[in-house]
Design a protein around this ligand. Structure first.
Ligand SMILES: *Cc1c(COP(=O)(O)O)cnc(C)c1O
Length: 470
């Protein structure tokens, strides 16, 4: 809004002596604070009245874009709408005010929620037991791999150090395996984007028996494709003595369609924050519960003495209950329908390298007409002018101009049609007025930022900003 009036930084609005709040008179007497713990000089805090503070932050918040503002088709990250009832439930004082160290006999209600949540997850995935402790997807992967490691150790099968990861995997898969002290071996994908089973067989033959600890698979994979060879892969890996790990970060397309437990997976994680609504973004919060098949639950490691991100689980459980058994089965089919609808409506103007039935998301490789010079970055920036959050861009790395779109199951056909119309309009602009697209965004509070400079030379303090300006 009016940044001149209300400032870019609260420090710019500071006026000596202004107050928005004063501490009540001390009724408790004086306590001497040791000299060594006292400030030598006053903290440099902005001095503002209440109205200035409220207007400043309210105007700043209007510069932001969130899933409550508009359509947010961010592939892989799944930014789906978080129903307000979830917030209400998680904010009930009986849950919100729990302290992790209060006596167990006073937390029976919360424990019941946790065990009901685990039962729901078992039912939805076909697994035998779940732990809610991991704080994110990557933490879930690490936890699951620790289960696998302990399982092999319990059988005195100590030479299994290899984790097989498809080349299309999310970067956290090899990273988690490395943190767990395992060696990572990559298996290639076919041109259709799914795991190359022949390459997997060759790989197993070359590393020999007894080396494989696990194979990690993401399904639907990072291209949004269902890995149809899972039954065969599962047989090959189990025959070699390895376990099957399911990265279920994006489980929403599977709800009501298929269960990892039925496909022969031994260990899995789910990102509650991508699958069952619950807000995330900007680095948190999340939850990555881990499920195991019968017999592996004794190997859950002790990663935290508490129950993980309880409020995130609360929101996810509210989502599961509000949909109920009937409607949760529609989540997968609707997420799949919405993504395929967008893909089919746009593939004549955007380049679709893998033209197949997708699940919840799909990847374009930029515009079809490459002669305009308009890149995926330009398309993403131009979308902001039309009031849409950009899709995920330049990921996955399999293509040069990746544009990864995920509508989620929550959006209406009207919203999706409006997005399709804008995407087509941008494709048209690329041909008729390419400079408008290349210089976008034009309607946002700031124009195109130099993201290399912002990443390499971030300005993180007010003082530094002032010094840089001088
Ligand atoms: C998001 C994601 C992860 C990582 O989850 P975090 O909660 O960000 O740690 C892992 N695998 C896949 C396929 C993902 O999409």
């Amino acid at each position: 809004m009016n940044n001149k009036l209300y400032g870019n930084l609260i420090f710019e609005l500071s006026q000596e002596g202004r107050r928005g709040y004063t501490l009540p008179q001390n009724r408790f007497g004086q306590y001497d604070i040791p000299e060594s713990m006292r400030r030598k000089q006053d903290a440099e805090l902005p001095e503002c009245d209440e109205m200035t503070v409220v207007r400043h932050y309210t105007n700043l918040s209007a510069n932001n874009f969130g899933v409550d503002n508009g359509f947010y088709p961010l592939g892989s990250c799944t930014m789906k709408y978080n129903p307000k009832i979830n917030e209400e439930i998680a904010a009930l004082p009986q849950f919100q005010n729990l302290h992790p160290l209060q006596p167990a006999k006073t937390t029976k209600g919360a424990e019941a929620v946790c065990s009901l949540m685990c039962r729901s997850l078992c039912e939805l995935t076909g697994m035998h037991a779940f732990t809610l402790k991991p704080f994110a997807g990557a933490h879930g992967e690490l936890t699951g791999l620790m289960v696998i490691k302990k399982y092999h150790e319990s059988r005195n099968d100590l030479q299994r150090h290899m984790v097989i990861v498809p080349d299309s995997a999310h970067g956290t898969n090899p990273a988690s395996a490395a943190v767990c002290g395992m060696d990572i071996v990559e298996v290639k994908s076919l041109a259709d984007g799914t795991v190359d089973v022949d390459a997997l067989k060759e790989l197993l033959a070359s590393v020999g028996d007894n080396a494989v600890a696990a194979m990690m698979m993401t399904n639907p994979n990072t291209l949004g494709l269902f890995e149809r060879q899972i039954p065969e892969i599962e047989k090959i890996i189990h025959k070699a003595g390895g376990l099957m790990y399911y990265d279920g970060a994006n489980l929403n397309p599977m709800l009501g369609a298929a269960r990892p437990g039925d496909m022969g997976f031994d260990v899995m994680h789910i990102n509650l924050h991508k699958t069952f609504s619950t807000p995330h973004g900007g680095g948190g919060p999340g939850a990555g519960p881990v499920g195991v098949r019968k017999g592996l639950e004794e190997f859950f490691p002790n990663i935290s003495p508490y129950h993980g991100n309880f409020a995130v689980a609360m929101r996810a459980y509210a989502y599961i209950l509000s949909l109920g058994r009937t409607y949760i089965e529609e989540v997968g089919p609707l997420a799949t329908l919405n993504a395929n609808y967008i893909k089919e409506q746009l593939k004549d103007v955007y380049n679709l390298p893998i033209d197949a039935l997708c699940k919840h998301e799909f990847v374009f490789d930029g515009l079809k007409d490459k002669s305009t010079g308009v890149t995926t970055m330009d398309v993403a920036k131009r979308l902001l002018d039309y009031g849409y959050h950009a899709p995920t861009i330049y990921f996955p790395l399999l293509f040069h101009e990746s544009l990864m779109i995920e509508p989620t199951e929550n959006e209406s056909k009207d919203t999706i049609d409006a997005f399709i119309a804008v995407m087509r309009r941008i494709a048209e602009e690329a041909a008729t007025a390419p400079d408008t697209v290349k210089s976008a965004p034009h309607c946002t509070p700031i124009g195109r930022v130099d993201d290399v400079l912002a990443a390499k030379h971030p300005i993180v303090t007010y003082k530094q900003l002032c010094n840089d300006a001088n």
